[in-house]
Design a protein around this ligand. Sequence first.
Ligand code: TXA
Ligand code: MG
Length: 361
Amino acid sequence: MSGLAVLITKTLIVHASHPELEIIAEARATLLNGGLVAFPTETVYGLGANVYDPAAVARIFEAKGRPPEDPLIVHLTSTVDLPHVAINLPDIVQELADRFWPGPLTLVLHRHPHINPAVSAGLDTVAVRVPAHPVAQALLKASGVPIVAPSANLFGHPSPTTAKHVYNDLAGRIDLILDGGPTNVGVESTVLDVTGEHPVILRPGGVTLEALRDLLGDVRLLHNQKTARIGAQISPGLLDKHYAPNARLIYVRIPNDERMIQAMWHSAHSEAARGHRIGLLLADEDQAYFTGIPAHVALAGSAADLTEIARNLYRCIRQLDETPVDVIIARDFGEQGIGLAIRDRLTRAASQVITSETFSE
Ligand code: TXA
Ligand code: MG
């Protein structure tokens, strides 16, 4: 990153539900002058640039240290702007938009020829979403242009769910951070490709597989996502270790709770015996089982409330990663509803996955 000039990164606190006009006006000016503005969405913080400014789009990749083959999501105020960014819209787009927009759903569509190919990493498709967060909406409306926004983290880090996370990763690399408090969903949008014969989920996220199937019937899930490819391209965001923390992460993906706790306990003991400092990513109700083990603990909420777990997931990973631990042992939360997205992120973050098949006492 030798070519990257050091910037002064300004943070402005903004009201999450009634964003102040003068703050939005400043963010708009920064954006329309080619600057990079991080802002809250309902999922995670995004790093925004004007889609029509090729230099600003290039700066996004530079600031994040993101490889150019990983395409960006274009954010719109509403479906009304869709024809400016995508063409040959299939009929189901209207249905999906009516049900899920604004909200945590990204659609992969055929790219409008006026949209800079760099946005889509040279693909002839483009990912589009209409975010629900009032600050994102206010910024989009004020700017009058679609905003490209990847998650506002350094490439390979967990996505940011607070302005502080953004600052820790990108201070000196971007112009402005709008601090609208912690985000609500906590994991990124669901990416649904609707350009093919069947709708395919490329990345599970805030809108669940069940909800999509409820509307569309046949929805497929891209399997083996770590090595998935779209045509000749590695499917973006599906790069191995995309969400990796610094510490080694052992993910105990065992459906039976009792066995899972047993496996975590075993793992913690053998790591401790090797002199490793341990971090535990737990549900509130697990805590009692681990009192005898010296460990830093991050509690993600009750396992009965996956919405809460999703909201806290990245904060917990970052929190453990900031404490001196050598290994993080994380539990599973199943694959119902948003559990699927949680599982996807933990699988990607993991250096080792312990399953029923691989766990033996
Ligand atoms: O919730 C979110 O989606 C957040 C907020 C800020 O909107 N954004 C986000 O962006 O997570 P990012 O860049 O971290 O992830 C975008 C993902 C890529 O990893 C990729 O999987 C998918 O969107 N994507 C983008 N363009 C695509 C395309 N043309 N074809 C297939 N997948 C695409
Ligand atoms: Mg990302």
